[in-house]
Design a protein around this ligand. Structure first.
Ligand SMILES: Nc1ncnc2c1ncn2[C@@H]1O[C@H](COP(=O)(O)OP(=O)(O)OP(=O)(O)O)[C@@H](O)[C@H]1O
Ligand SMILES: [Mg+2]
Length: 164
């Protein structure tokens, strides 16, 4: 997993259940907590409806030590969670969950203070349907793709490269 964090690496995983997808999220959260950066960590989640983006983030949040349940925020565009101090080996203090499914213009997200949020290294920012706001994503956004394979199988691809 650590090897994957090198630039231009790509990780492809098939999960066979929601539990496995959550576990992948939890492991990745642990790995990201080991790395430090000058700005927020931004994860862009894209792909099929019901592909497992929210399920992944439930495991990811658990990996950060967050106890609250992560829900599909159909009408809420953004939700902010505090990361408990006891679980922070580095400087992370906030976990943001954006859902851009209903977003038509990136401006709607900018109006929520997006620029400030992504420039603060204490933040981890996750964005479902990140392809709706491609123009305003930072170049070093990690892209996670979720593909529906069959009822219980999902293909999850994680890319660690600069966006064009
Ligand atoms: N391997 C798997 N990984 C993740 N979810 C799975 C898997 N197999 C079945 N599921 C089911 O698929 C659904 C995934 O829903 P989820 O809300 O996580 O997807 P989503 O990508 O966030 O969808 P949306 O685009 O609507 O936001 C859940 O009902 C979950 O139980
Ligand atoms: Mg979702």
């Amino acid at each position: 997993m650590v090897k994957f964090f090198k630039k231009n690496k790509r990780l492809e995983v098939l999960t066979k259940s929601p539990t496995q997808t959550k576990k992948l999220g939890k492991i990745l959260a642990g790995e990201f907590l080991k790395t430090s950066r000058k700005k927020a960590l931004v994860l862009g989640l894209i792909g099929d409806l019901g592909g497992g983006k929210t399920t992944f983030l439930q495991g990811f949040a658990r990996g950060l030590g967050i106890k609250e349940k992560i829900l599909s925020p159909s009408f809420v565009i953004m939700k902010k969670f505090r990361v408990p101090v006891a679980n922070i080996p580095c400087q992370i203090s906030n976990f943001y969950h954006f859902d851009c499914y209903r977003i038509e213009k990136p401006k709607e997200i900018l109006n929520l203070g997006f620029k400030e949020i992504i420039s603060d290294p204490r933040n981890i920012v996750t964005i479902e349907w990140a392809d709706h706001i491609t123009k305003i994503l930072p170049k070093d956004t990690k892209i996670l793709k979720f593909k529906f394979v069959d009822r219980k199988t999902r293909k999850i691809t994680i890319e660690n490269k600069e966006l064009d």
